[in-house]
Design a binder for this molecule. Structure first.
Ligand SMILES: Nc1ncnc2c1ncn2[C@@H]1O[C@H](COP(=O)(O)OP(=O)(O)O)[C@@H](O)[C@H]1O
Ligand SMILES: Cc1cn([C@H]2C[C@H](O)[C@@H](COP(=O)(O)O)O2)c(=O)[nH]c1=O
Length: 217
């Protein structure tokens, strides 16, 4: 039986790497797949992992119709055994419903990968629908870590180094490299406590280096 799988984790937890590994393993056994992504950092129609792997992909815009694409491909003699769907948080609710229909009506496996919540801690539309209807939801085993060493569960956005909690939901970006100058817009994974306190690694360092107040009054 085909299934709709949803693999989730914070940014930088290995989702795109797993997406490309999944594709590799299925393709190696002669199965025919299609790879989709939306707004990848590497640019349109590319899927990229921080481990250095990249692959061509089909770009999913807001009007893309998975059901129509698959039916038209099959009608024209193409073969599809599975779909790899990266950055699935950016898909619309309707597109996730189309993926479920592809699984149920055409017996094609779908492997979807995406972050669950945005920088404000609200569910993304595509991820919410995947949580609601996926056959299996898997949290990635490689844990991204907060600067304090605890498991990171939240994706924080920074603007010129300062954490923000208001703004556009979709802003493509990357996590800052340790020690590098902060990008205009970047992301940092944090545990809930430090996300709640807006305590990024840079701010924690600045606070710890601040001189102790003199013990008067
Ligand atoms: N230089 C490195 N050596 C080993 N592992 C790395 C290196 N750089 C990145 N990684 C691994 O790659 C993961 C990020 O993979 P990626 O697929 O890009 O994540 P995601 O798609 O979830 O944002 C990191 O959590 C880390 O485990
Ligand atoms: C939290 C958050 C993230 N994004 C963007 C930033 C990246 O381009 C992707 C996540 O990619 P990854 O492969 O999981 O690292 O999503 C966003 O647009 N809005 C957000 O709130």
């Amino acid at each position: 039986m085909a299934e709709l799988h949803f693999f989730t984790g914070t940014m930088d937890s290995g989702k795109s790497t797993l997406a490309l590994q999944t594709n590799h393993n299925h393709a190696a056994r002669g199965r025919a797949g299609r790879i989709f992504t939306a707004n990848d950092r590497a640019g349109e129609a590319r899927i990229s992992s921080r481990l250095g792997l990249t692959h061509d992909a089909l770009e999913v815009g807001p009007d893309f119709d998975f059901w129509r694409y698959v039916v038209e491909t099959l009608t024209h003699g193409g073969r599809i055994d599975y779909l790899i769907c990266d950055e699935a948080q950016f898909y619309t609710r309707e597109q996730v419903d189309q993926l479920a229909k592809v699984v149920d009506e055409l017996q094609i496996d779908v492997f979807a990968f995406g972050i669950l919540t945005d920088f404000r801690t609200a569910l993304f539309e595509g991820s919410q629908r995947l949580v609601e209807i996926a056959d299996r939801m898997n949290v990635l085993q490689v844990e991204a870590l907060c600067w304090c060493g605890k498991r990171a569960t939240h994706n924080a956005r920074t603007e010129n180094g300062a954490m923000v909690v208001e703004g556009e939901v979709i802003v493509v970006g990357d996590v800052d490299e340790a020690g590098a100058a902060p990008a205009d817009v970047a992301y940092e994974v944090l545990c809930r406590q430090h996300h709640r306190r807006r305590l990024t690694a840079a701010r924690a360092k600045a606070v710890s280096l601040a001189p102790e107040p003199l013990p008067f009054g």
